[in-house]
Write a protein that binds this ligand. Sequence first.
Ligand SMILES: [Fe+2]
Ligand SMILES: [Fe+2]
Length: 141
Amino acid sequence: MSGPSLKKQDAHTSIHEAALNEAKDLNQLFKTCLEKDEMDRAMQVAEIILEHWESRTLKHAEAEEEGLYQEMVSEKPKLEKTVHQLTRDHDLMRRIVSQVKESFEKKKADYEVLSLMEALIIIDEIHNEDEMNKLLANNES
Ligand SMILES: [Fe+2]
Ligand SMILES: [Fe+2]
């Protein structure tokens, strides 16, 4: 989703929440597999988790960088620093997702990779808050 809908806080927040809730559920499922020592199942869940981050949050980030962020800066140039910070958050998430991917490609499914996936959620939560409060606040149009 891009264009005007991402400018609307409500619509944009629902995109964030839907993706985050799914990511949290998937992490929980992955953790349960580790606890029960079900490694084949853990690897299956791992594939779904990667697919989730790549197709939802990272795609959303790309759409923002190509559309919304540029649009906001051209409307309000003082938002440039905020946009740089938000883009840095996206980069951190991209880097962590690629670390997760490397681990899974080596068939490594353990608590270490779980902690990377928990970190993704924490960064994403802070990022989403900033997107709403620093980028889109007072911007209902
Ligand atoms: Fe974002
Ligand atoms: Fe967003």
